[in-house]
Ligand binder design. Structure first.
Ligand code: NAP
Length: 484
């Protein structure tokens, strides 16, 4: 299959925080992979910016090291790396002072796409925006990219949005949630809206329930004290899982344009019911041989923050009334996996009589690892012995189905950065979406904080607390296995 990389217009991309962890692990290697795939125009320039006093050579060597450590494809191609480094330059600026800004102004061009990536702490967004304007570097056509967290509650999210709105129009602001850049997440929209097959069944009449699982095997050690201030609800559910709920539950937008898609997602968030405390299970991982417990990792023996969260929620609209959405996410679980499972109802009548082992149709959208889509269908068990039914998967792993092309598929960060250059906001969160998600989240967090709810303990390497299993068992359902 021929590669279909679409070139972008010449651009200047300034990465504030260009020497930071995110730039090193994701942004710079991602840009390199797009260069390697042939997507860079001749006139592309990447400007690293931070306070550090670094020579051009020192920054390029930092970038070379980032590529060697994280780029995977193309990282062993010295000519390609040398070509990429020709596009890279560095300037020292301080977000909190005026040093270096004249140099930055002299560097960025006015006749190309200009994007400013704020890969810094959110407290620096305002000072950066202010100086970009004061030094006449920003214009009404430039774009700014901001990283999560977008606040830690509704009030702080509003303040952050207001700070950005003081300097930029909403159409200039790109809030990155890298989950939305994943190939499978976009495929979810392609599967739903590009096929006639699923959409007629995509409602409470035919869907029994939805399961969304984002499981990690790692603990929070290393960043435990930071994590302890947020927990699974703020770190994962309010943003990533909420976005997945939106994509599953939303109505078909009238076109694949940014605001048409985001309007529909917003309606889903606004249709979410308040969650009953009895439908929420929070957990903390225990310690085991060679593994520290959450309480040790968080450096807070009295912590009430959750490293695991499972919940049942309802989308109150005509399409979904009566179909529960079960969400589950946690650290130190059995396997690292992210998936959405749409579990369909049984046919209204079985002409084959009782089939006790029958489990029905399930559409599984795997986000990681091994991105792909799997549909479980019922067939006759081969061989004699009457009409016994079994379920088999119709499986499409992207890596297998698309072969070499799959390896050239951009990862989430690459795709999203190229979308910024193209000026396409479809896969970025709008300010009102973020605020609506916090407006739904805040009362839940306030509730368990007020009640002093203690998270349940679960064993590392398990599927979370027993109570999370009961969330489904009690309704005659069961979670899918957490497996890679
Ligand atoms: P980091 O490793 O601490 O890097 C921070 C960067 O900001 C450094 O390049 C630092 O360089 C620069 N900086 C700090 N103060 C500055 C100032 N006054 N003026 C100009 N530059 C300044 O942080 P990070 O992990 O890359 O994270 C960056 C942002 O992305 C944060 O908002 C974080 O929450 C978010 N994020 C990170 C990840 C991740 O995986 N790392 C994932 C999701 C979101 P100097 O010290 O030289 O100035």
């Amino acid at each position: 299959m021929a590669s279909r990389v679409i070139p972008v217009d010449p651009f200047d991309l300034v990465i504030f925080g260009g020497t930071g962890d995110l730039a090193r692990r994701k942004i710079l290697p991602g840009l390199y992979r797009r260069f390697w795939a042939g997507q860079f125009p001749g006139g592309a320039r990447i400007v690293g910016a931070s306070r550090k006093d670094m020579s051009q050579d020192e920054f390029r060597s930092f970038v070379r090291d980032a590529i060697a450590s994280y780029a995977i494809e193309g990282a062993d191609d010295p000519d390609c790396i040398a070509g990429f480094l020709n596009h890279v330059t560095y300037v020292a600026v301080d977000a909190m002072g005026d040093a270096g800004w004249d140099n930055l102004k002299a560097m960025v061009r006015t006749d190309v796409v200009r994007a400013f990536y704020f890969s810094v702490a959110p407290g620096l967004f305002g000072p950066l925006a202010k100086r970009l304007h004061r030094f006449s570097i920003a214009s009404s056509s430039c774009r700014v990219v901001v990283e999560k967290p977008f606040g830690h509650d509704l009030q702080s999210a509003r303040t952050l949005n207001q700070t950005l709105a003081n300097y930029f129009d909403e159409a200039q602001i790109y809030r990155i949630d890298h989950y939305l850049g994943k190939e499978t997440v976009q495929n979810l929209m392609a599967v739903r809206f590009g096929n006639i097959l699923f959409e007629p069944l995509w409602n409470a009449q035919f869907v029994d329930h939805i399961q969304i699982t984002v499981a990690e095997t790692v603990g929070v050690g290393g960043r435990g004290a930071y994590y302890d201030k947020s927990g699974a609800m703020r770190d994962m559910v309010q943003n990533h899982l909420m976005q997945l709920v939106c994509l599953i539950a939303m109505e078909p937008p009238h076109c694949f344009e940014p605001d048409a898609v985001r309007d529909e997602k917003l309606k889903v968030i606004r249709a979410l019911d308040a969650v009953d405390p009895g439908d929420i299970v929070r957990g903390q991982y225990a310690g085991a041989e060679g593994i520290d417990s959450y309480l040790t990792d968080s450096e807070n023996p009295a912590s009430l923050t959750e490293s695991f969260l499972a919940m049942k929620l309802h989308v109150s609209n005509w399409r979904w009334k009566g179909t529960p959405f079960y969400l589950r996410t946690g650290k130190r679980l059995k396997a690292r996996t992210s998936e959405i499972a749409v579990v369909f109802k049984d046919p209204p009548h079985s002409i084959f009589g009782e089939q006790p082992d029958r489990r029905g149709n399930v559409l599984v959208i795997r986000l990681q690892p091994n991105e792909g889509i799997n549909l479980r269908v019922t067939i006759k068990e081969p061989g004699p012995g009457g009409m016994r039914l079994i379920e088999v998967p119709l499986d499409m792993s992207f890596a297998e189905a698309l072969g070499k092309e799959a390896s050239q598929v951009a990862d989430a960060y690459e795709r999203l950065i190229m979308d910024v250059i193209r000026g396409n906001q479809t896969l970025f969160m709008r300010g009102d979406e973020v605020e609506a998600a916090w407006a739904w989240t805040d009362p839940l967090i306030e509730g368990w904080t007020r009640r002093g709810d203690r998270p349940r303990t679960y064993q590392p390497g398990s599927a979370g607390p027993e109570e999370a299993l009961m969330l489904l068992f009690r309704e005659n359902r069961r979670w899918r296995e957490i497996a890679e």
